[in-house]
Design a protein around this ligand. Sequence first.
Ligand SMILES: [Ca+2]
Ligand SMILES: [Ca+2]
Ligand SMILES: [Ca+2]
Length: 330
Amino acid sequence: MKIIRFIGGVVLALLVGVVAKAQPVPGTDENIPFLMTFGNKTGTSWGDDNNVQIIFFAVPQDHNKPIFIRVFDPDCGGANDEQNGAWDTKTRFAVYGGTGACSNKDAQRVNEKGDYDSGTQLAQKVFGVDPTYDGKWYTFGPFNPSEGELLPEYGGRIFKMVVEGLAGDDGNMYRFYLTSKKDDNMNVEGAFAFYFKYKFRLYDTAEQVSHIYPFIDKTVLSIKQSNFDWDSDGMIRVISVSKNGIPMKVSGDDEWTTSTLKVDEEERSTSWDIQMIKSKAKPKKNNNVVFYLENQYGELMPFYSVPIGGVPKYKYNITAKPSKKQPVKK
Ligand SMILES: [Ca+2]
Ligand SMILES: [Ca+2]
Ligand SMILES: [Ca+2]
């Protein structure tokens, strides 16, 4: 068993074996094919509201060996990416550490304005069309864990990846892997990733269900979800220890939609499994979406590359309410 201190001061045990699923972003349990960032000349109807994505990586405080952050398919062109006219998009990937990288509140807002690129820039690279990295990995690092911002309440030393569409109007699809090896995806024991706003591609087929896992600490009373450009593609629902598929509102084309759900007392110190189930009748192809969560104070809530405490299972007994006996029809 590995003990990790998480946001809200809650100490939880994660089973060995779960850790490996926390290293890729999107995480294994999230089952999301790609993150996405479009060039800054793209209309929002393509699914990206403002052409910036921010991902945080937490490395345990006692980890003292170098770490690397790898990006799969960082270029925009060829396989995986979404073409709009000629390929003309440039995407910057930049890694930050040091004071303010995560703790600066501008890095934890929806609008990505102000000092969202706070902290010390440790590395950056701009990618256009580049067959060298098409369908391949690019590695940032090595980074000394001490270069991250020390925030034990966020899981240790925090590194920030900012992805920004600097030019063009095409969609860049990519994934990350936090690794202990330069040329391979090897786990950094106890590390994980978290994000306050997530921009990604849904699968094209209805058989795949994607997930997002916020953790309910002792302060959260209700959760308001916001999603953008879902294209009315199926449903979003919550499974938890006390919720058995409660729906969240889904947006249409090029619009935001929000809905709010109360947190039940039984849900404290567990995760929600927010499931994204595509339309079976008319699954959208190339569906790019944006998603974020706020607590009752309007503060963004992080969600995690691994469900903290495990994937929640609905427990019928918790919410079973005594019902009035109905007369039996004969
Ligand atoms: Ca283009
Ligand atoms: Ca790409
Ligand atoms: Ca969309």
